[in-house]
Design a protein around this ligand. Structure first.
Ligand SMILES: [Cu+2]
Length: 120
């Protein structure tokens, strides 16, 4: 009886992890027609998590960190070779000029916070 409960609990945890990392969809999409674009960093999500931009345009992303945990202390655009340190109460601007269309993911250093810069 107890082990059945433990097994059920484990399955729920696994389902939540799968949902969180692979199935949950980003909350909002923001068109970067005017910059800076404010991105709030809190509770494990970037809001908005998807920013659309045009190739060749310079985009300024202003990260507003509200998470004092080490998880949120850095944002990394691995495909663009850009990273920035974040701190609560210190808005941090990241200026990017993506040359080619594509999906550029940005994450915390552990890949828990995840967002995308979609360049068309
Ligand atoms: Cu993290």
């Amino acid at each position: 009886m107890t082990s059945a409960l433990v097994n059920a609990g484990g399955l729920i945890v696994i389902a939540l992890i799968v949902w969180w990392f692979w199935l949950s969809s980003p909350r909002k999409v923001r068109q970067a027609s005017r910059t800076p674009v404010d991105i709030v960093v809190a509770d494990g999500v970037y809001t908005p998590a998807v920013i659309e931009a045009r190739a060749g345009d310079t985009v300024t992303l202003r990260f507003l960190c509200k998470d004092s945990g080490p998880c949120a202390a850095k944002v990394i655009f691995s495909d663009l070779g850009v990273s920035a340190d974040l701190a609560v109460g210190a808005p941090r601007e990241v200026v990017i000029t993506p040359g080619a269309p594509g999906d550029y993911e940005f994450t915390c250093q552990m890949g828990m916070y995840r967002g995308r810069l979609v360049v068309r």
